[in-house]
Design a protein around this ligand. Structure first.
Ligand SMILES: [Zn+2]
Length: 331
């Protein structure tokens, strides 16, 4: 049997010690990089106008309130993540921190009025609304925001105008048909499986009420409540199904104007005139960009948030945004 001499064991021990050092360093290194990955991440501050005052909070904190205010927390996690990234992108474009111009209310970056910016619900209010599900839902929202930390939707390397709505009625709408200006990433796409809350809507008027509302807004229409069936006619629709134009006796108005006048759920509507004027709508909201119920359907079908976002926003990329040039608030 060959015996190791002291001379031959010594280098072996040295080698072993060196290897052990490398191993320990490697493990420590991994631990450090893992720590860095999960270290408290910084998030810029956002100034939010709400109920007459400007609240300053971290962007992540704000986004949890937006996702909770804009989308049911019962929706699948991937849909909530898509909503978080869309809401972050929407906010970033308005934040002074990133060169945005705010929303014009008291110098704030953004406000909590959904008809102007995005809805926001404070965490305590969300918890109260959720009752027994409060802890589970807050965990879901927190995960949706933090697991997508810093990610925004980019077109030509710039954050997009990330518009979204509840449901499109089967197909989303081109931006120019709703907001006058075209955007290459806001074009109509199929949006199946949206059926859910508020998908079908209905409003009923007496002929007198309907004629009075229209004539008050557009006196030149001169609608006669007894002749509505011959005076009211939908003339054209967009590919989405939204009404492009309709005739109201002597005038022609857009579906969008009619939606606004009667506060309809969407501009995708039919009008049935008999003893009453019955208006039925499909979809809820302006129909441009991400459909929330469409995102839910995609997530239930196995899509992840990136697939959802790149379906609804054409030709975009999802990537981390650059660190903002302004002050950061530690989480
Ligand atoms: Zn606003």
């Amino acid at each position: 049997m060959k015996r190791h001499s002291v001379k031959s064991i010594y280098p072996c021990t040295l080698l072993a010690a060196f290897a052990l050092c490398l191993l320990i360093a490697g493990i420590r290194g991994c631990a450090i990089s893992r720590e860095q990955q999960h270290a408290p991440v910084t998030s810029p501050d956002i100034a939010v106008f709400s109920d007459g005052e400007v609240l300053v909070m971290s962007l992540n904190e704000y986004l949890i309130g937006v996702v909770g205010g804009e989308m049911p927390a019962s929706f699948p996690l991937e849909a909530l993540k898509a909503q978080a990234v869309a809401a972050r992108t929407y906010a970033v474009r308005r934040m002074a921190c990133y060169g945005g111009k705010g929303c014009g209310k008291d110098g704030a970056d953004i406000c909590t009025d959904s008809s102007c910016c995005q809805a926001y619900t404070a965490p305590e209010e969300l918890r109260a609304n959720w009752g027994d599900n409060a802890r589970r839902y807050m965990d879901k929202l927190t995960e949706a925001v933090y697991s997508t930390e810093g990610e925004v939707i980019l077109y030509n390397d710039s954050p997009i105008e990330a518009l979204y709505h509840s449901s499109a009625g089967g197909r989303t709408e081109d931006a120019q048909n709703v907001f006058s200006s075209a955007l290459p990433y806001l074009v109509g796409v199929e949006s199946p499986g949206e059926e859910g809350s508020k998908y079908h809507g209905e409003k009923q008027y007496t002929p007198r009420e309907f004629a009075a509302a229209v004539n008050k807004k557009w006196p030149k229409a001169k609608l006669d409540r007894k002749k509505l069936s011959s005076q009211v006619e939908i003339l054209s629709r967009y590919d989405s199904g939204q009404v492009e134009t309709l005739r109201l006796n002597k005038i022609t108005v857009s579906g969008k104007e009619m939606r606004k006048l009667l506060n309809l759920n969407s501009a995708n509507f039919t009008i049935d005139i008999s003893d009453t004027v019955l208006i039925r709508t499909v979809g809820y909201g302006h129909g441009v960009g991400l459909s929330q119920y469409g995102a839910r359907a995609m997530a239930l079908g196995g899509a992840d948030y990136r697939e959802i976002l790149t379906h609804y926003y054409t030709g975009v990329e999802i990537d981390k945004m650059d660190q903002p040039p302004c002050s950061m608030a530690a989480q």
